[in-house]
Design a protein around this ligand. Structure first.
Ligand code: NDP
Ligand code: AKG
Ligand code: MG
Length: 733
């Protein structure tokens, strides 16, 4: 299964998938596709609004079921985890294409609208990954990739010891400070109940299953404390004359983080939101959706100019704000999904602590990361770099990650258990007999969150960590904070399950996240490797941070999810869907997306298939693809950054070329050798011609008929402009 997703990876698929299909057909492998794009997810949820020929199946549910079977072999590209603004844009685009789907009702007025909103909420945010990731995560840079990075080091900013960059976080009232946790002893049920101060009781989530051995926790973000913190930090940045930025994961933490983002925006523009409260109310303007949504909604109203001026004044009077796009005036506060902490803090660390200012220049910044669960290790990272300077990609070691992720582990599975409360009261998690398992006092506006992690995934995670430590003969550190209620429950389990394995000769440690960061940096500065073994959120953050520091990008990562029921999910890299690459492609026909992650995933997928399906030809394809990947790196055929160089399409040609050569040169399978010898010869003969056809397609605007739901035919045409290459590939089919 090959997934059709969004943005740059979806564009790349139009060029790469025909190569994959043509090559794998020779080993009797059929590649099927499933559309899990944002547009696809929307359409599959609203069949009753569509004409017969517009209806599509629910590919995500289907793949989620497949992921639980031993046969699963899924190559998963990054997809959009949509913010409300992106969802609304996608809806508008689909409507303009003749799909009669409903608008997104932000403030539903009746039951029908409530149902529509509930369906759209399923599509929002991190809707795909938690469903498909039925296994723990194994992300690392293969040796060849790491060696390539050492030989071709990326640009690294310098860290000054007097850098003004720092992390600002809360000191109380955050999730970290309020967390409580317990381990469940026997199978049962839980529900979440809110007892308001005024005596009314409401069920926030009705009975769901609990499994013996699972760890549950609850925590609260106090909204008043958050706003006070934001206010103090804004004042501090102004007083220190340092630029301000905010780093959240509003996509993946789709319920909590947009609210936290909104609280920061509302505090920064407090005067504007107070003065125009009535206007904003009547237009359903919600700070959680950022400034862009506000601008969209005030367009054309009589006070438009006045409100825009008030926002400009607030920006002029406050501290400088980090920019997403200086030329277009897009600030950190425009869209909640523009600055995503895993990528943004990594980019900051790579650039010597800088972000972009309004003049398009790099500047130090105070980075708001409100919750101490994660702020601490970023802070430790920044302090270390101020003290010891930037890392040197030519010499540093590597930090692979083993991440606890299966069965919607931890915060990522908390979407249906996160609520913003409208009144003061107490939220209880209670069992089927009414016993209170966890309890939290809340005030109106607070965010309550409950998370779960099952025992089987924890056991699997410990096993995976020991195996990786053994296989790579590398120390492994469990990043767990004994002062955090949840982590201290996990530590008990890790200590217990480690005893199931022979760990003699292995260096396996459990360290607080701040110390783990310091120790990891100390080790990699010596050129040695160390595995980070982490929970789900840290997995996400660390697998962007270290790859971006080591390799310049997380696109070059091998990212495998050994599914717990025996199948394999092969993700492509550790980064996202790179929206700015699409912009460049549309404007100038140049796609900078690096598909190395896809190449690595395909290799791992073929190897898995060879082993589980006893397909010897697939093993030959896997081995020769491995050779091709190595040559691809050695010859440096990844996309360059500018028009005139090899772009994504050209990089696919070279991969196919080297793969065909390796297949022609191998002797294990005579049939494959015979098939690919003429293909390799044709590619050798036509290399110059193919290249010139591909490069001739650059430098002009591309029309693909949409952003979220482009026309298949137009995109295909744009992404496969070399007739010569297409003709050679057709010979394989
Ligand atoms: N697995 C998944 O499905 C994931 C999905 N996402 C989603 O992706 C979207 C964008 O997320 P964002 O956090 O901005 O992260 P992105 O990784 O998309 O963008 C950050 C930057 O990473 C670099 N980059 C990432 N992948 C590649 C690649 N293959 N080739 C070249 N450069 C690459 C580019 O940086 P540079 O300019 O420095 O080269 C890019 O501009 C969001 O909708 C998010 O939810 C995010 C992460 C994972
Ligand atoms: O699921 C998402 O929203 C993004 C996932 C992600 O960033 C990751 O797994 O690295
Ligand atoms: Mg990530």
């Amino acid at each position: 299964m090959y997934t059709i997703t969004d943005e740059a990876p979806m564009l790349a698929t139009h060029s790469f998938l025909p190569i994959v299909k043509a090559f794998t057909k020779t080993a009797n492998i059929a590649i099927e596709t499933r559309d899990i794009s944002l547009a696809g997810r929307i359409l599959s949820n609203f069949p009753e609004f569509l004409k017969e020929d517009q209806k599509i199946g629910d590919a995500l549910t289907e793949l989620g079921q497949l992921a639980n079977t031993p046969e699963a072999n899924i190559i998963k590209l990054p997809n959009i985890s949509a913010s409300v603004l992106q969802l609304k844009e996608a809806i508008a685009e689909l409507q303009s294409q003749g799909f009669n789907i409903p608008n997104f009702p932000e403030e539903p007025q009746n039951d029908a609208e409530k149902e529509i909103k509930a369906k759209y909420s399923k599509v929002l945010g991190s809707a795909v990954n938690p469903v498909l990731r039925e296994g723990n995560s194994d992300r690392r840079a293969p040796k060849a990739v790491k060696n390539y990075a050492k030989a071709n080091p990326h640009k690294m900013g310098t860290w000054a010891s007097d850098s003004k960059t720092e992390v600002a976080h809360m000191n109380s009232g955050d999730f970290y400070g309020t967390e409580n946790s317990t381990t469940i002893e026997k199978d049962g049920k839980f529900r979440i109940v809110f007892n308001a101060e005024n005596g009314t009781t409401s069920v926030l989530k009705d009975f769901s299953n609990l499994k013996a051995g699972e760890v549950i926790d609850s925590s609260v973000m106090n909204l008043n404390a958050l706003k006070q913190f934001a206010k103090a930090t804004i004042a501090d940045a102004k007083a220190k004359n340092v630029m301000l930025s905010a780093h959240l994961k509003a996509t993946m933490m789709k319920v909590s983080d947009p609210i936290i983002f909104g609280a920061i925006v509302e505090t920064f523009f407090a005067d504007v939101y107070t003065k125009y409260a009535d206007v904003f109310n009547s237009l359903d303007i919600n700070p959680n959706n950022g400034l862009q949504d506000l601008y969209n909604k005030i367009a054309g109203i009589p006070q438009e100019a006045e409100i825009k001026q008030a926002i400009a004044d607030a920006l002029a009077n406050g501290p400088r704000v980090a920019m997403v796009n200086s030329e277009k005036g897009i600030t950190n506060f425009h869209v909640s999904s523009d600055v995503i902490v895993d990528a943004s803090m990594a980019a900051l660390a790579r650039s010597g602590g800088k972000m972009w200012n309004t003049d398009g220049k790099e500047e130090d910044t105070i980075a708001i990361i409100p919750d101490r669960s994660y702020a601490g290790f970023y802070s430790a990272c920044i302090d270390e770099m101020k003290q010891n300077g930037a890392l040197d990609p030519k010499t540093i070691g590597s930090v692979p990650n083993v991440g606890l992720m299966a069965q919607k582990a931890e915060e990522y599975g908390s979407h249906d258990k996160t609520f913003q409360l409208k009144e003061n009261g107490i939220v209880n998690v209670e069992d089927e007999n009414g016993n209170v398992l966890l309890s939290q006092k809340v005030e109106a506006g607070d965010i309550f969150r409950m998370c779960q992690v099952k025992d089987a995934p924890i056991q699997d995670w410990v096993k995976l960590a020991v195996n990786r430590a053994r296989l790579s003969d590398t120390p492994a550190i469990f990043w767990l904070d004994k002062d955090r209620a949840h982590d201290s429950e996990i530590i008990k389990k890790v200590e217990k399950y480690l005893k199931d394995y022979d760990t003699t000769g292995l260096d396996i440690r459990i360290m607080d996240v701040k110390d783990a960061m310091k120790e990891t940096l100390r080790i990699i500065r010596q050129g040695k490797d160390v595995i980070s073994v982490s929970g789900n959120v840290l997995r996400d953050y660390l697998t962007d941070l270290f790859p971006i520091l080591e390799l310049g990008t997380s696109a070059k990562m091998l990212s495998i999810v050994p599914l717990m029921n025996g199948g394999g999910l092969f993700e492509t890299g550790a980064g996202g869907s790179a929206p700015k690459h699409v912009e460049q492609f549309i404007e100038e026909g140049y796609l900078r997306w690096d598909s190395l992650g896809e190449f690595l995933a395909l290799q791992a997928s073929l190897e898995h298939l060879a082993q589980t399906q006893n397909n010897a030809k697939a093993q030959v394809l896997a081995d020769t693809l491995d050779e091709a990947n190595a040559k691809f790196l050695a010859e440096d055929k990844s996309p360059a950054r500018k028009v005139g160089g090899i772009d994504n399409r050209g990089s696919h040609f070279y991969l196919a070329f080297y793969w065909a050569q390796a297949l022609a040169n191998q002797t294990k399978d005579a049939e494959l050798k015979a098939t690919f010898t003429p293909i390799a010869e044709a590619m050798t003969a036509d290399e110059v011609k193919i290249n010139s056809e591909l490069i001739a397609a650059q430098g002009k605007e591309q029309k693909i008929g949409g952003y979220y739901h482009p026309s298949f035919e137009l995109t295909e045409k744009a992404m496969r402009p070399s007739e010569t290459l297409n003709t050679i590939l057709a010979k394989l089919s």
